[in-house]
Design a protein around this ligand. Sequence first.
Ligand SMILES: *Cc1c(COP(=O)(O)O)cnc(C)c1O
Length: 374
Amino acid sequence: MRPAWVEIDLAQLRENFRLINQDKQPQLQILSVVKNNAYGHGAVEVAGAAIASGVWGLAVVTIDEAISLRERDIRAPILLLGERMPEELPACLHYDLIPCINEAKKAVMYAELALKAGRRAPIHVEVDTGMSRYGVRWEKALPLLLELFKLENLTVAGIMSHFAMSDEKDKSFALLQLSRFNSVLQRIENAGLPMPLRHMCNSGGYLDLPRAHFDMVRLGILPLGVYPSAVCRRIPGIRPVMAVKTRIVAIQHLQPGDCVGYGMRYQARRAHPIAVLPIGYGDGFPRVRNTGSVLIRGRRAPIVGGNAMDATMVDITEIPEAGVGDEAVLMGSQGKEQISAHEIASWKSSVSYDILVGWRSRLPRRFLDERRSE
Ligand SMILES: *Cc1c(COP(=O)(O)O)cnc(C)c1O
C-alpha cells in the first residue's frame, strides 16, 4: 500500500537475456551473477529468467544467498564467488555448491569432508592476475593446481580470474591481466591437466574484451539492463529492468524567504510550489542537498534542500499542473525523460552498482510481467 516502491520489469529482463544470447558466440556459456539479491532485483526472479534463457549456472557470494536459492528448488549449478572460511565448507557440500578454493590446506580439508560424505566435490580455482583480492597469485597457480589434481575427492572443474578495470576506455591493465591468465592456462595445457571451464569476464569484459571470453562469462549488471560504464559497447534494445517510483503526498506553497527541510539548506527567493515525496535516504535514495531531480509528468523537478530519512522535496515551478497523487519517478523513465542509476550515482560520486543494491527492502518490490506484443 505504501506510495513508494521498486518496479521490476520481468518482461524486459527476459528480453535482455534474449538479446545477450543473440549477441554472444553460440558456444559461450553464461554464469548469471545473482549475488546481493540480484543487485536488489530479486535473486529468485532473476535466476528464474536466467535459467529459462539457458545459462550454465548461477553465482552468489554468501552461503545464505545460495541456500535461499536451493530452498526455492533451484537446482542449477551455483558457484560461490569470493573466499570461504573453513567453517563454511560443510554447507558447500551439503547444498551442492561450488566454492572457489585457492590454497592447498583448505583443499585438503574440503577433500576430507567430501571423502566422509562419499562424494567427489567440484571446485573452481581463482587466479589473482592483478586485482589483489581473491585467488592464488598467477605465478604460483600451477604448483597449486598440481597439488589439487592429486586430491581424489575433489574435481577442479574450472578456473577463473577477475578484471580490476574492464569497462573503461583504457584497456591496458585488463590486457596485462589477460596475458597473465593466458600464461597460467598455457602452463596447465603443457602439464596436460584438463580444465573444462575457464572464465574471466564480468559484464564490462564481455562487452569489450572478446579475447577474454574463454568458455564462460559472469554477467551480473548487464542482464539487468544497466551498463557497467558510460563508455563500454552497447547492445541495442537492452534497457533497465528496475525503476523506483513514488507519489506526491503533499504540495507546499513557499513564500520568499521560506526554508525547506533539515538544516535549512534551501531558501526560496520567490514564491513557488514544491511537492513532497514520501521517500528518503532511509529507503536508499542518496542523501543529497539541492542536487539531482525526479520526474513528474515527464519533466524534471529539481530536489530542494536536504532530503530526510523518509521524505524528499522537489521544486515544481515548471510543472504547475502537478497534484497530490501524481506518480514521481526517482529512477527510470517517464515520457521522454530518464534518470539512470549512473546519474543518481554521480550525485554522490559513486557507481551504478551501489545505487541498484542500495534500495532497501523497506520499499516493496512490484514485479511486472506483461507479455510484450512486439
Ligand atoms: C560481481 C561479480 C561479477 C559480475 O560483475 P558485473 O559487472 O555485474 O557483470 C563477476 N565476477 C565476479 C568475481 C564478481 O564478484
